[in-house]
Write a protein that binds this ligand. Structure first.
Ligand SMILES: O=c1ccn([C@H]2C[C@H](O)[C@@H](COP(=O)(O)OP(=O)(O)OP(=O)(O)O)O2)c(=O)[nH]1
Length: 149
């Protein structure tokens, strides 16, 4: 059984494509830019791109906003906060925080695919404060304590 996620096109965005899987088994639904005029993203700069969409997903799901590999590889365009978290109770416009890590300005035009959205189940977790944690072999070793090879 699929999860049913409600999607709403915000006023003035009737022409914006709905998020779309570009192949049958793709993980992500591509998201389209709902900019009202072209946005030129200069190298090293960031911008918040509207999608013109809002969602209502069932409790226990989240949506993650992730970069598109092609834009990252060819132009250095990625999501600054990847993966961006869309909470199940968020009803506002979904926005995509892009940054240009490339060498050249990049122009974002309306209805261009700028990122992808992957839905994930989120386990329900309750934190329980304790005085002593259960032991493991690793213990507190981390941050590369096993070396490089
Ligand atoms: O890439 C993103 C990340 C977040 N959001 C929206 C949906 C999310 O549910 C909300 C809050 O995001 P987050 O919890 O990451 O941000 P925050 O800085 O902690 O904001 P808040 O104090 O509003 O929770 O902002 C987006 O539209 N795009």
């Amino acid at each position: 059984m699929p999860y049913y996620v409600e999607i709403n096109k915000l006023a003035g965005n009737e022409d914006i494509e709905l998020p779309r899987k570009m192949s049958e088994l793709a993980s992500g639904f591509d998201l389209y830019a709902a900019v009202t005029e072209d946005v030129v993203l200069e190298p090293g700069k960031r911008c918040l791109i509207p999608t013109g969409l809002a969602l209502a997903m069932p409790a226990g799901l989240e949506a993650q906003i992730r970069p598109r590999s092609g834009l990252a590889y060819k132009h250095g365009i990625t999501c600054l906060n990847t993966p961006g978290t869309i909470d199940a109770d968020y009803r506002g416009e979904i926005k995509v925080l892009l940054i240009n890590l490339g060498d050249d300005p990049f122009t974002i035009v309306r209805n261009e695919r700028i990122a992808q959205m992957v839905f994930q189940e989120v386990p329900q977790v309750e934190l329980k404060q304790v005085e002593v944690l259960s032991e493991t072999v690793r213990g507190s070793g981390g941050f590369g304590h096993t070396g490089r090879k």
